[in-house]
Design a protein around this ligand. Structure first.
Ligand SMILES: NC(=O)c1ccc[n+]([C@@H]2O[C@H](COP(=O)([O-])OP(=O)(O)OC[C@H]3O[C@@H](n4cnc5c(N)ncnc54)[C@H](OP(=O)(O)O)[C@@H]3O)[C@@H](O)[C@H]2O)c1
Length: 286
């Protein structure tokens, strides 16, 4: 049975690798190193060029151009390259993957079945879907385990990733819904922020100030929602004085179809994630 570490005392010995040195690798590595239990020199990161190495150098991690070296020196390996590169990258390192490895892919749309098919039988494989705020340790991440991975490993990985933000473990079907809700949802929130600020500019507020206040409004509302026990409908009701400004504004939002548009947006993005996963499966069987 594969364990990342048997006790928390073993964390300093845990060897972690990243294939790919982009934004997601950076955000996850930064989160994992933040509590100080994992030793930076035990983290190895690979990429073909040095373009993204500077920020990893500051962390004190080991850098290489060899993906094989990452797999050979690490127990836990994150695959953080673009989805279309996964088959070639895994074919090249597969011979070095042993039953002791835990392989975690963050590639959007690449299914557990595809990953397992590219690795030796019985390999411990997981899918992790982060989102952009992972870069600031404010991410929302969903983790799904493959058939060769135990619940214990998933739960150890969840603990290790917790400094990256909110981490949930669930079935693979949640990954596409999470992509619609949170991966793409970040962009939906930016549209809302832009529109909030535009409203204030229309009412005479300077644009830069309106954007800063819109960002702070979303941040503050988000903290209240995340850290409290209340449903969004309850929080919304608390802002609505009878006959006051907010209920008039909310009526305008409902007339504009905001709620239905947002539900449609999450559904469309989830569907697209499913299609992309399916398209990749078909391409790979050709
Ligand atoms: N960005 C998001 O919001 C987000 C959210 C969820 C999931 N994801 C997933 O995360 C993965 C990485 O995305 P990203 O935004 O971090 O990408 P990125 O910033 O473009 O980084 C990609 C990295 O892969 C490296 N690379 C390219 N070919 C390679 C190879 N053959 N072997 C090893 N490394 C190679 C690149 O090297 P160079 O440094 O030399 O260019 C770069 O460091 C993608 O699969 C994406 O689907 C991203």
């Amino acid at each position: 049975m594969c364990f990342l570490q048997k006790t928390m005392d073993e964390l300093p010995q845990l060897k972690i690798g990243f294939i790919g040195a982009g934004n997601m690798a950076y955000g996850i590595a930064k989160g994992i190193l933040t509590p100080g239990d994992v030793v930076a020199s035990n983290v190895t990161v690979s990429a073909p060029s040095k373009n993204n190495f500077a920020r990893f150098e500051k962390m004190g991690v080991t850098l290489t151009h060899s993906n094989e070296e990452v797999v050979q020196t690490s127990r836990l390996v994150f695959l953080a390259v673009k989805p279309h590169l996964i088959p070639a990258v895994l074919k090249a390192v597969s011979a070095h993957v042993t039953p002791q490895h835990v392989v975690v892919s963050v590639a959007a749309g690449v299914t557990l079945a595809t990953l397992e098919g590219l690795l030796p039988g019985g390999s411990c494989v997981m899918r992790l879907m982060p989102n952009l705020p992972c870069m600031l340790q404010e991410g929302a991440l969903v983790l799904a385990r493959g058939t060769g991975c135990t619940q214990e490993v998933a739960s150890q990985l969840k603990d290790l990733l917790s400094p990256c933000g909110l981490v949930e473990v669930g079935p693979e079907s949640w990954i596409d819904a999470h992509t619609g809700l949170s991966g793409s949802g970040v962009a939906f929130v930016y549209v809302f922020a832009e529109a909030l600020a535009e409203g204030a500019v229309k009412m005479g507020m300077p644009s830069v100030l309106a954007q800063r206040i819109a960002a702070q409004t979303i941040l503050g509302a988000g903290h209240l929602l995340r850290d409290g026990e209340k449903h969004p409908a309850q929080l919304k009701a608390e802002v609505c004085t009878p006959g006051g400004t907010t209920v008039y504004g909310l009526h305008a939002l409902e007339k504009g179809g905001l709620r239905a548009a947002v539900v449609d947006a999450v559904e469309a993005a989830t569907q697209r994630a499913r299609e992309l996963g399916g398209a990749k499966r078909v391409e790979e069987t050709r």
